[in-house]
Design a protein around this ligand. Structure first.
Ligand code: NAP
Length: 672
C-alpha cells in the first residue's frame, strides 16, 4: 500500500511532508501507512492567523460565529463515514468512533447553540451584572470580555484526533480567535481529513484555521501576550512546554489537560446484589476497554469497600473475560488496538511498575487472543493492591491503556483519602444510592477533581458515563491533571477572551456593552416603540406612560377575579400586623397588569409575543389612592432568525412621588 502523505495547512497552502517527515504505522497491522512533518513557515502562519484570521473572525458577531460552527458541524457530519473508515487504523472500534467523531461534531453543535442562546449578537460579552460604584449611580462598573487578538495554538493528544481538535476549536472560534491545530503525529491523518473537510467547505474565513501535521518547529518561541497555548497530553510534555522561557516571560496563557489517576468509588451501600454493584462493574469495564483504555478520563483506580473486594474482582474478571479483542473493523470486536507499538511498550512498562505494588488478577499480555499479532494489541489488565496506604506507584503511575487497579477501603473517609492521593484528577465517580455518601465525597474530594460523577439505579439509564467530558460541563482538573479547564459551556469560550473591568458613567457603559444601563441617556423615538420594527428600534429608546390611579375597587375586583384574596390585599388590620405593609396593598401582579395596560399599543404590529419577564422586584407597596406610571426602555436586542428578534425592555414602575415601586425586564419577540 502506498503511504499517505499527511499535509499541513499553512497560510492557505497545503504543504506536503518533506525529508524530515515521521513514519506512521497502522495500529492494527503495524505496517507503515502514512508520513507527516515538514519544515513550516512558522512565522508566516502566526502572522496569517493574527493579521488575517483574527480580524475576519472579530468582525463577525458571536451569533455569526455560532452559525458558522453549526455549518461546520453539519459539513463534518456529511463526511462521517470517510472519517470512520480512516480512523479504524488508529485501533479504534466503531463505538470508539462515536465518542471521537460523533462526540466531536456534537460538541460543536452544543457550542453553536449555546453561542446563539447565551451570547449576544454583538462583539462584547458582558460578564455579570452592573456594579453600583457610586451613591447616585453616575459611576458604574461592569466586566466585559473581548476576543484575544493573537492566535490559539492547540496541541492535542493522539487518542481523540477529532474530538480533541473540535472541543478546543469550537470555543476558540466562537470567541473570535483563530487557531493553529497541531494533532499528535500518531493519529494526525484523521485530524488532517477533518481539517480538509472544514477548509474545503469554504465556511471558514481565511486564516481562521491552520494545521500542523508533524512538529511545530519553534512556534512556541514566537508567542506573545495575546496568544494562548491549549495543550492536551502527558504531564511530562506539558511541563516541558509550559516552562518555555518565552511563554513564561510573555505570560502566554497556557491551558493544560494532562494525564490523571482517575478514581471510581463503590459506595458502602452498593453491596453485591444491588443495582449499583452491577452498574459499577459495567462502568469500570467500559472505561477500561473503550479506546483500549487510552482515555484521559479512564478509571485507573477502583476503590471499593474492603469486604466487597473479592466479589468485585470476580465480577470484573468475568466481564473483562467476555471482551472480544481484535481488528476493530471486525464485527463483535469490543476492544481494538492501542495506537502504536511504542504506546503498547509504554503501557507494559507502566503496568510492570504497578505490578511491583499490586498483583495482576486478570489479563496476561503474553497469553491472550491477539498475543501473536503485529498490531498494538493488549488485553485488559486488572490489578489488586492489598496495601493502598503503603503503595505509591498505583496512585501516580498512569498506564495509558486498559489497565486499572482495585483497592479496598475501610470507611468512606478512607475512600476519599485514597481518591485524593491521585493529587488532582479530571474526574472521580461514585456509584451510590445514598445521597449522604455523595455529599461526604463531594465535600471531601471536590477540591481534588475537575468533575464528580455520581450514578445509581435512578440515573443509570440516562447517565452519560464516567469517562465522557460534556461540552456543557467543565473538563480539566487540578494538580496532576494540569490545573487547566476547558469547555463548561460559555466558560470555555472565555478562556480565549480577556476579561476587562470597565468603570465609567452609564452612557459609557451602555455604549461599550451594547446594552442600556439605568441612568444612561433615554432616546425618544419617532413613534410608539411597539409600532417599530426590530431593526428600527434603538438601544435606549424609551416611552414614559401617563399615570394610573389604583383604587380599592381595583384591588377587590382583581382579588375576586383571580381568587388571590391573600389577607394583605383584603384585611386592613391583618395587613397592618405584617411588617412589610402599611395596610391593604395592591397585588404585585395587578400592578404588572396595569403596567402592560399603560404601555402596550393594542393594534396588530411588529411586536409578536411577550416571551417572559426577568429580574422582577417589588420595592415599595402600592395602596389605594396611589398612582403608578411606567418607564419602558429598549435594553438589548438579540436577533433570533431572519423574521424576528428578541427585544429585552427595562421597565420601572414609579408612584406619584417618583419612588420606585417595581422593576423588571420584559422580553418580547419583534418582527424584522
Ligand atoms: P504527549 O506525548 O505528551 O503528546 C501530546 C502532544 O504534544 C502531541 O501532539 C505531541 O506531538 C506534542 N508534543 C510533544 N513534544 C512536543 C514539543 N516539544 N513541542 C510541541 N509539541 C510537542 O501525549 P500523547 O502520548 O499524545 O497523549 C497521551 C497523554 O495525553 C496521556 O498521558 C493522557 O492522559 C493525556 N491526555 C489527556 C487528556 C485530557 O483532556 N486531560 C486527553 C487525552 C489525553 P507529537 O505526537 O508530534 O510528538
Amino acid at each position: 500500500m502506498s503511504l499517505l502523505d499527511i499535509k499541513s495547512f499553512a497560510a492557505d497552502e497545503w504543504i506536503a511532508p518533506d525529508s524530515s517527515a515521521r513514519m506512521i504505522a497502522s495500529a492494527v497491522t503495524g505496517e507503515p501507512m502514512a508520513r507527516a512533518g515538514s519544515a513550516l513557515p512558522v512565522q508566516d502562519m502566526l502572522d496569517y492567523a493574527r493579521g488575517v484570521g483574527g480580524p475576519a473572525l472579530r468582525a463577525m458577531t458571536f451569533h455569526d460565529r455560532a452559525r458558522m460552527l453549526k455549518a461546520l458541524a453539519l459539513e463534518l457530519g456529511k463526511h462521517k463515514q470517510a472519517l470512520y473508515d480512516l480512523s479504524f487504523s488508529t485501533g479504534a472500534t466503531q463505538s470508539d468512533h462515536l465518542i471521537d467523531i460523533d462526540g466531536g461534531i456534537g460538541t460543536m453543535f452544543v457550542f453553536a447553540s449555546k453561542g446563539r442562546r447565551e451570547m449576544p449578537d454583538g462583539h462584547v460579552y458582558l460578564d455579570g451584572e452592573v456594579e453600583q460604584l457610586s451613591r447616585n449611580g453616575t459611576f458604574l462598573g461592569q466586566h466585559i470580555a473581548t476576543p484575544l487578538q493573537g492566535v490559539a495554538v492547540h496541541i492535542n493528544a493522539f487518542n481523540f484526533p477529532v474530538w480533541g481538535m473540535l472541543e478546543k476549536l469550537a470555543p476558540t472560534l466562537l470567541a473570535g480567535v483563530p487557531a493553529i491545530v497541531k494533532p499528535a503525529t500518531a493519529t494526525c491523518y484523521v485530524t488532517e481529513l477533518a481539517v480538509r473537510i472544514m477548509v474545503e467547505s469554504g465556511i471558514l474565513p481565511a486564516g481562521a484555521l491552520q494545521l500542523v501535521s508533524g512538529g511545530v518547529g519553534d512556534m512556541l518561541d514566537r508567542l506573545g501576550c495575546q496568544d494562548v497555548v491549549s495543550f492536551t497530553g502527558s504531564a511530562q510534555t506539558a511541563l516541558a512546554l509550559r516552562s518555555n522561557p518565552v511563554i513564561l516571560r510573555n505570560s502566554v496563557r497556557f491551558v493544560a489537560e494532562q494525564d490523571s489517576l482517575n478514581a471510581s468509588i463503590l459506595g458502602p451501600d452498593a453491596v453485591a446484589g444491588t443495582p449499583e454493584f452491577d452498574l459499577f462493574v459495567k462502568e469500570v469495564t467500559r472505561e477500561m476497554t473503550t479506546k483500549a483504555g487510552q482515555k484521559c478520563t479512564a478509571i485507573r483506580r477502583i476503590i471499593a469497600p474492603q469486604a466487597a473486594v473479592p466479589a468485585l474482582l470476580e465480577a470484573l474478571s468475568a466481564r473483562l473475560g467476555s471482551t472480544t479483542i481484535g481488528n476493530p473493523q471486525d464485527e463483535g470486536v469490543r476492544m481494538g488496538a492501542l495506537v502504536s507499538a511504542a504506546q503498547k511498550a509504554d503501557v507494559l512498562e507502566k503496568a510492570a511498575l504497578i505490578g511491583t505494588e499490586a498483583e495482576r488478577v486478570f489479563g496476561d499480555p503474553d497469553d491472550f487472543a491477539m498475543a501473536g499479532s503485529k498490531g498494538a494489541f493488549l488485553p485488559p489488565m486488572l490489578f489488586h493492591c492489598a496495601d493502598p496506604d503503603g503503595a505509591e506507584r498505583v496512585h501516580d503511575t498512569e498506564a495509558f491503556g486498559p489497565v486499572s487497579t482495585v483497592m479496598g477501603y475501610r470507611d468512606l473517609g478512607h475512600a476519599v483519602e485514597l481518591a485524593n492521593r491521585g493529587q488532582g484528577s479530571l474526574v472521580a465517580s461514585v456509584i451510590t444510592h445514598d445521597p449522604a455518601v455523595a455529599r461526604e465525597v463531594a465535600l471531601g474530594s471536590g477540591a481534588f477533581h475537575g468533575r464528580l460523577y455520581f450514578n445509581n439505579r435512578d440515573s443509570m439509564t440516562e447517565s452519560t458515563g464516567h469517562g465522557s467530558p460534556l461540552p456543557h460541563m467543565v473538563h480539566g482538573g487540578p494538580g496532576r491533571a494540569g490545573g487547566g479547564e476547558e469547555m463548561g459551556g460559555i466558560r470555555g469560550v472565555l478562556h480565549y477572551m480577556q476579561r476587562t473591568a470597565i468603570q465609567g458613567s452609564p452612557d459609557i457603559q451602555s455604549a461599550i456593552g451594547g446594552t442600556w444601563v439605568p441612568g444612561a441617556a433615554e432616546i425618544e423615538g419617532p413613534a410608539h416603540p411597539f409600532t417599530r420594527r426590530f431593526g428600527d428600534l434603538a438601544i435606549g429608546e424609551t416611552i414614559h406612560t401617563d399615570p394610573r390611579e389604583v383604587t380599592l375597587e381595583d384591588i377587590e375586583h382583581f382579588a375576586h377575579f383571580t381568587g388571590d384574596t391573600f389577607y394583605a390585599h383584603m384585611d386592613e388590620e391583618a395587613a397592618k400586623r405584617n411588617p412589610f405593609f402599611p395596610g391593604r396593598v395592591a397585588h404585585g401582579y395587578l400592578l404588572l397588569s396595569f403596567a402592560a395596560g399603560l404601555f402596550v399599543e393594542p393594534n396588530e404590529g411588529p411586536v409578536l409575543a411577550n416571551t417572559g419577564l426577568d429580574g422582577l422586584r417589588f420595592m415599595k407597596p402600592v395602596q389605594a389612592g396611589d398612582a403608578i406610571k411606567v418607564r419602558l426602555t429598549v435594553k438589548k436586542k438579540t436577533r433570533r432568525n431572519d423574521e424576528y428578534g428578541e427585544v429585552r425592555w427595562h421597565a420601572t414602575l414609579t408612584n406619584q412621588d417618583d419612588e420606585m415601586v417595581a422593576e423588571y425586564e420584559l422580553l418580547t419577540m419583534v418582527a424584522f
